[in-house]
Design a protein around this ligand. Structure first.
Ligand SMILES: Nc1ncnc2c1ncn2[C@@H]1O[C@H](COP(=O)(O)OP(=O)(O)OP(=O)(O)O)[C@@H](O)[C@H]1O
Ligand SMILES: [Mg+2]
Length: 342
């Protein structure tokens, strides 16, 4: 998983946030509680690698630890255990060199300077990363053009809409043409055309220019469409990390749809060994019984024969049997609801 050619590598990385809540004097008892300590284990023993030319998707429920991982790669949060490397450089030790190699867009933060215009922001952040003069002007103009912000280039950022600010944050991340791009929920709040432009740009930067891109998203379509590999994180730990097509296959053999002339008794079906669950949906042309079956071969075979026999015993006419293709959303929900997959 963490191949040698990885540009971004997390090695058994851990992050615990130590938080303290201060309280004033309790008016009734007059006892003063100074503080309450609480540790949040945001990232637990995560190891993963992202190769050049690869788009890696990090998915997980709210609070799973995605942003913390992005911040650790970009040197904004210090890991409590393990190490993070960019281009073979340990982020903790070579922060400045790492910063030059990484472009990052963080969710919902004020990356840009509001009293300045988009063009001035790009000049400022470009200068910080040693991009100047003609190169800077050319790149800034191209970026604003591709993302559809050209007409706002000289308007103060405070006057831009939410989506326009997000677009500028993406341009700022790309101004120094970094080999590593970290995008924390890049398409949130963007209209359809802008999301499309950004997705196309990500594909171009990785496939054509060989950059390495890590994306976090809650949008399963974005993940399924873009990512070569996907890591699913829950409560700080990776619960799966696989190429997207393999991840989609995880549960694919388990769900079958039986189209019938009448609704079956699902309790009888669920009593068949190997059947995990059965339910009926009324569709336009009659009831469809969805049966979830254990993946193990023998159990699956017995369950399928059992189900067909049960429909016959209930006197139902069976029209079609189909094997339902899983989508990423279903896989995600199962993995994050704690279903074992291996
Ligand atoms: N600076 C901090 N201090 C204390 N706890 C923090 C801090 N930053 C994050 N956490 C906690 O760490 C956990 C992971 O947070 P993180 O922002 O990485 O989640 P996330 O996966 O990005 O979630 P979301 O999908 O909502 O963006 C959460 O429980 C959060 O409360
Ligand atoms: Mg987040």
């Amino acid at each position: 998983m963490t191949g040698d050619n990885s540009v971004v590598r997390l090695d058994q990385t851990d992050k615990v946030f130590h938080t303290r809540h201060f309280f004033s004097r309790d008016p009734k008892t007059q006892i003063r509680h100074f503080y309450q300590k609480r540790d949040v284990h945001a990232v637990r023993d995560v190891s993963l690698g992202v190769a050049p030319g690869e788009i890696f998707g990090l998915l997980g429920p709210n609070g799973a630890g995605k942003t913390t991982i992005v911040k650790m790669i970009s040197g904004l949060v210090r890991p409590t255990g393990g190490a993070v490397y960019v281009d073979g450089l340990e982020v903790e030790r070579k922060r400045l060199q790492v910063l030059r190699r990484v472009g990052v867009v963080l969710e919902g933060t004020r990356t840009c300077i509001w009293p300045l215009t988009p063009m001035e922001n790009l000049s400022y952040f470009g200068n910080l990363k040693d991009v100047r003069g003609k190169v800077l002007r050319k790149r800034a103009t191209e970026l604003l053009e591709f993302i559809g912000l050209a007409e706002k280039r000289d308007v103060q950022v405070r006057q831009l809409s939410q989506g326009q600010k997000q677009k500028l944050a993406i341009c700022i991340a790309l101004i120094a043409d970094p080999p590593v791009i970290l995008l924390d929920e890049p398409t949130t709040g963007l209209d359809v055309q802008s999301s499309r432009a950004i997705k196309d740009k990500i594909v171009e930067m990785t496939r054509v220019q060989g950059k390495c891109c890590l994306v976090t998203t809650h949008d399963m379509n974005v993940a399924q469409e873009l990512c070569d590999r996907i890591g699913i994180i829950k409560d700080g730990g990776l619960v799966a990390c696989k190429p997207t097509d393999q991840l989609l296959d995880l549960f694919s053999e388990q769900v079958y749809e039986f189209r019938l002339d009448q609704s079956p008794d699902t309790r009888a079906l669920e009593a068949i060994p190997g059947v995990v669950a059965a339910r009926v949906e009324e569709q336009g042309d009659g009831p469809v019984c969805t049966v979830q079956i254990e993946p193990e071969r023998d159990a699956r075979s017995a369950a399928l024969y059992g189900a067909v026999g049960e429909f016959q015993a209930q006197g139902l006419r069976l029209h079609t049997i189909s094997h339902r293709q899983q989508n990423l959303e279903q896989v995600f929900l199962r993995l994050t609801n704690g279903q074992p997959h291996e």
